[in-house]
Design a protein around this ligand. Sequence first.
Ligand code: ADP
Ligand code: MG
Length: 530
Amino acid sequence: MTAAATSERYQAISPAEFFYKYREIAGFSNPARALYQTIRELVENALDATDAHGILPNIKIVIRRADEVNNYYKVIVEDNGIGIPPHIVPEAFGRVLFSSKYVLRQTRGMFGLGAKVAILYGQITTGRPVEIITSQRGLKRIYYFKLRIDINKNKPEILERGSYRKNRDWAGTIVSVTVEGDWSKARHRVKEYILRTAVVTPYANIAFIDPDGEILFFKRTIDKLPRPPKEVKPHPYGIDLEVMKRLRDNTDHPTIYDLLIKSFQSIGDVTARKILELAGIEPTIEPKKLSDKQLLKLVNTMKQYSEYRPPTSIALSPLGSEVIKAGLQRIYQPEFVEAVTRRPAAYEGHPFIVEAGIAYGGKVPLSNEKYPTLLRYANKIPLLYDEGSDVITKIVKEEINWENYHVHFPAPIVVLVHLCSTKIPFKGVGKESIADVDVIHKEIKLAILDVARKLRNYLSAKIREEEKRKKLVNIAKYIPEITRALGIILREDGVPIDKLTEKLVETVSRRTGVPRDEVINIVENIEIGV
Ligand code: ADP
Ligand code: MG
């Protein structure tokens, strides 16, 4: 009896083992998707190591066939970023949930997961280790590592390491991962991903060499970087009891009043005193003396208090309208381009900013029959999958009547929307679609409508201009008739006919902006027709 009751086997698994088993939740569900995801993770790390630190990125991405028979691909991504201190490298690439990005500041990464899941996937499908070459500015040596992840222990297992003297001033990181992939199925997505990354990084040189040796190169077109994000303290709306307990247990601040002021943004002297009074807590009490019950009261009071300054947006790094316009320009050479960056807003204590851009005409490809081609971004990362379930799609497809903006589908139009926040409300761990949060929804719509209005103004002016031109061109058709009639009268006074025609042609040309030659052409054709 007792044996049967205890036959259950209990066990704990490491984070590495968890993601080894459930790698599909991180986007590694099949060889095609895994190849795409590997590139994405490495490129995002490369960009985080450059643009967020004020460095104009030079990124090189290479995919090489590593083994024809088995469909192994080696993905190599090189950047000119901040590099990684050598003693950190093994943990950064060999321990799942190890990151430098667990702080309140906008980055592309955030889970301490991306590179490691790619490495894990490579390790289990090809058996090959990850290779890392890195150096930082000011260091005299370049460091290299070959390592694997010990899945049971969630620890790096270093196979090789070393360093050599720099013979040129190089700083940055090169990461190579070999994974089982399916290039023919992944090709389209990978190229689309790189193109869309290039759209929002006109300040980066991006080179991509695919397994067939084909090269894509996007040359930097502006030297302006988006402002780098700054690390901030949490806003009181974003906290919970657990956060407060940790603060209480680890703080050096002598009083709860000090702790509130020093650990949170938007709490100054007046606010701290008000909150403490509402929670019935003495400002001078030592934090460690507070019971769990008092702490809970304090947390609830902090969350209910409604007079804070909204969360600061210095933790965010919006692209800015200049970068968006330059990016759309670099890829599409459109006839019209506009972009807006909305003012910061907040949800649940997290600041966010929405930006939108529109490119129309020029080399912009035709959209589908119903709505514009959409470029969605979250924290500068292009979102490619799950378009249908994204709030941006919903707004663009269902809530805006594009006909009112003189856009008739299929049309040469792309609409770009960028949401940046210290916490993007993604719908799943796959980080591919944004959930419908009221305030965010509203901001996205306002941003799109704002640029759409500018497009409408441009297109209305263009339509008006064309109508005016048509009208005057129509008038030009009468020139031969008029000159002939006037000629009959004036010839008697000795006025030369040619001069008269010329004068009329010139006037029409000046008023319509239609070149002189074109007007003459019209006039001559009419004469032929007469
Ligand atoms: P995340 O990006 O979510 O932090 P990753 O596993 O992708 O998780 O990366 C782990 C850490 O390794 C990063 O937080 C960063 O500190 C470091 N790192 C990874 N790639 C690079 C790189 N190319 N340059 C500098 N640091 C890097
Ligand atoms: Mg990452």
